[in-house]
Design a protein around this ligand. Sequence first.
Ligand code: AMP
Ligand code: GLY
Length: 420
Amino acid sequence: MLGAGGREHALAWKLAQSPLCDKLWAAPGNPGIAQGATCVALDVTDHRAVVDFVSENAIDLVVIGPEAPLVDGLADSLRDAGIDTFGPSQKAAQLEGSKSFTKELCRRADIPTARYERCTSLEAAWGALKKFDAPFVLKADGLAAGKGVVIAETREDAQHALNEMFDGRFGSAGSEVVIEQFLTGEEASFFALTDGTAIVPIGTAQDHKRVGEGDTGPNTGGMGAYSPAPVLSAALQAQVMREIVEPTVRTMAAEGMPYSGVLYAGLMLTKDGPQLIEYNARFGDPECQVLMMRLESDLVELMQACAQGRLGEIAAPVLSDDFALTVVMAAEGYPDTPKKGGKIDLGDAEANGAKVFHAGTKLEGETLTSSGGRVLNVTARGGSATEAQAKAYAAVDAIDFADGFCRRDIGQREVRRERG
Ligand code: AMP
Ligand code: GLY
């Protein structure tokens, strides 16, 4: 298993529960992952080194957690060496790696998404802006660590942002920009596993992107999430499969870029039906943590079936009817300049069945300290959102992390709905 965050801790935790898993390696892993796996230092940009390590240790399956190695073609290097790999090829990972690739695919496959213009120069972008009204949605084409999207309220702000984008604010990710129509509605995420042919849903979730309570302040990688997202009713999920996910997988296969792995669809539920905002080529972080908390199927079996093109031959994933909710504890200063090195004492946070996934932690001797922006993902299950939320915050309150903070309103929308 490759990766070092909370998503990878959740994956490692679930993989290790499988009777099919004799030994789990993680690279680079983290102190939480190390509880159930042997962590090794491997440079994932050095494909040869990864392939050699996997071969020398006779590893049966490689699971790639984050997007960067996927977009870098690590899955191709592993497959070329005959190694079963969970994660899409470089070409298929363009669904996350290039916004314009995905928009063009939507056009070819008639998938509902916001009207858009691709712009490869500043002049063209200023021109294209005239075809849209405020608020303006501007997206740098490539991977920009979740920071490539600007929503500008005025035309002047939009022009200013375009200047910056073409001026290299996002590096090479900004050499092409997509301008989109602004969509209104509720956002939700839908996850599916596919081997390129068979497609099976593996849950829904909603996350909280803003750093502050009441969804205020700057965007982050996600301050919390819960699953399921009841707003994605069974009927809407069927519509998402039919109108968005199935045509995507079919078209990718027909065009010689079969997609295998997990497909994460970021959706806007508009009054005209679900529209695709973006695809990710991996599980969401922290959405993965809540999905794994609910998953009752064997994750090794599912991932191996994806890797081997046998997904249609095994039972579809089963998720518990429970709610799962995760609260991100971040280091003070996140998302700008998180303070590193703060001491953490987890106390008896897991006593009531909660699970603390490590996202940015480090061991200094015996002491657990923070080493990143998002530090811990405190995750709990319950029969309702209200119960899952109460358990997660009880666990948060059992943790001593003086330099950390969290939002106190994760899942509040669902809790309010449950109150009626
Ligand atoms: P992305 O990085 O594509 O997930 O975009 C980040 C966030 O920007 C999304 O989660 C949405 O909240 C917002 N966003 C992106 N595209 C649109 C759009 N066309 N209309 C409204 N909001 C959008
Ligand atoms: N939580 C959003 C993401 O993983 O992209």
